[in-house]
Design a protein around this ligand. Sequence first.
Ligand code: 4NP
Length: 150
Amino acid sequence: MTKILFVCLGNICRSPMAEMILRDMVRRRGLEAEFVIASAATSTEEIGNPVYPPARRMLASHGIDCGGKRAVQLCRADYDRYDWLLGMETANIRRMRAICGGDPEGKIARLLDGTPNPRDIADPWYTGDFQSTWDDLVEGCTALLDRLGS
Ligand code: 4NP
């Protein structure tokens, strides 16, 4: 069993998209029983809110449903609950380390750090460019499953 928590600032765009994309990939490979996949925010801004409509539409255009996902905040106990806590950008990593009290087990990284081209996931918040976010997330999630040998 591998437990993965995706983290971004608000948990309404990037990290829930990552959660749903990885769940879909895992389902297609018939590996649901081997994974726990969730997402959370570093901030309190959007707690309780559903996935942002353009992010929801991007997922829906690929046949992926967000279900009843609501934004939740990362908490210190999540550090022990998950094997990997994967942030979307460098600013997330700083906040994740602060909330979790550091990273003694080396579980915190950016999603795209595990690719040949380590970088932040494209942030659609000010650009409205959800396609680039989708492309980056698919790249990161594909590399993640490859790295895990799945
Ligand atoms: P997310 O997107 O971190 O990808 O969920 C954002 C959500 C809210 C804000 C920024 C980005 N905000 O500034 O409130």
